[in-house]
Design a protein around this ligand. Structure first.
Ligand code: PBG
Length: 319
């Protein structure tokens, strides 16, 4: 008798039972933009469907996030006041600190993650302190540690440094620990490429660099072994979760990083990935729901334990 492998695709129930990859709402993180002001909900033209909220209107979207049972929200602050040194990023009453406090007060069960970076808060739009027309890595570490500490003190359970400075995780860990915040987690953007896919985000957050680019501190698209090095360094410094960013165009990197580290790995499906699908769907060229699902599955298949996506609420709803 000849035995042969049988197809596993007979019925939807069997397909579900034998699927190698599963998505769940709990693995999704939804990024939210919070700007200074009152009673504001404004559209972001380059990201149709995404909005900027002021701290007082923020609960409206957080309620959707809490109801959808997603893993958490990643908050980005957009301040009124910008200066050379990003002082508004670590102001106790800054926009991000207000947002975090509001979120924890209104939805204590919703995990709140603060994006730790300087670019939304600096007048020059770079992610660090500028010296001789470039970002000064070591001078920036102190500021990042202050920002992370202020977010943790406001109630963020997780801080997510997205600056790409060497040594940021160690600097933040030591600031948190020496202030008694030993259980605050660090989700490090350890592997972040200098990507044109961030275009819509820079409009959303008003964080485009006023001169030059981010290629001296973000990664070179052509490299992936370097990604493993960056990830291992951050794990060594105490990162609890590692982010690989962007998502779709870097699935090979995600797979390599996942194989190399022993902490959860997140894939950040960035603004450009969202806007591409939205734009094609608006024209009737793609099915938004199916394509966004397929993209998310591909990240999980490549090894993502967590997916950060602007489609998080819709995905959670359809799962
Ligand atoms: C801040 C930051 C950026 C993104 C997340 N954090 C922008 C950048 O590095 O220019 C991009 C997110 C997205 O495109 O969705 N450093």
């Amino acid at each position: 008798m000849i035995t042969r492998p049988r197809r596993l695709r007979r019925t939807p129930a069997i397909r579900n039972m034998t699927a190698e990859t599963r998505l769940s709402p709990s693995m999704l993180i939804y990024p939210v933009f919070v700007r200074e002001g009152h009673n504001i909900i404004e559209d972001i033209p380059a990201m149709p469907g995404q909005k900027r909220y002021s701290p007082d209107t923020l609960p409206r979207i957080l309620e959707c996030a809490a109801k959808s049972k997603i893993g958490g929200v990643l908050l980005f602050g957009i301040p009124e006041h910008k200066d050379e040194c990003a002082t508004s990023a670590y102001d106790e009453n800054g926009v991000i600190q207000q947002a975090i406090r509001t979120a924890k007060r209104e939805f204590p069960g919703l995990t709140v993650i603060g994006d730790v970076c300087m670019c939304e808060y600096t007048s020059h739009g770079h992610c660090g302190i500028i010296r001789d027309n470039d970002v000064d890595n070591d001078a920036t570490l102190d500021v990042l540690a202050r920002i992370a500490l202020s977010q943790a003190q406001a109630g963020a359970e997780i801080v997510a440094p997205s600056d790409m400075m060497d040594g940021h995780t160690a600097a933040i860990r030591s600031a948190l620990d020496s202030n008694g915040l030993t259980s605050t987690l660090i989700m490090s953007y350890a592997v972040k490429y200098a990507s044109a896919f961030y275009g819509p985000f820079r409009e959303a957050a008003g964080s485009a660099p006023a001169f030059g680019d981010r290629k001296t501190y973000q990664m070179d698209t052509r490299n992936s072994r370097e990604a493993v090095k960056e990830a291992l360094l951050d794990v060594d410094e105490g990162a609890d979760i590692i982010i690989v960013k962007p998502g779709l165009a870097y699935l090979d990197v995600l797979q390599k990083v996942k194989a190399a580290v022993n902490v959860p790995v997140a894939s950040y499906s960035v603004s450009g990935e969202y806007s591409m699908i939205k734009a094609a769907a608006e024209r009737g060229w793609l099915d938004e729901k199916k394509v966004s699902y397929e993209a998310a599955v591909s990240m999980a298949r490549a090894g993502a334990d967590i997916i950060i996506s602007y489609f998080a609420l819709e995905l959670a709803h359809s799962l």
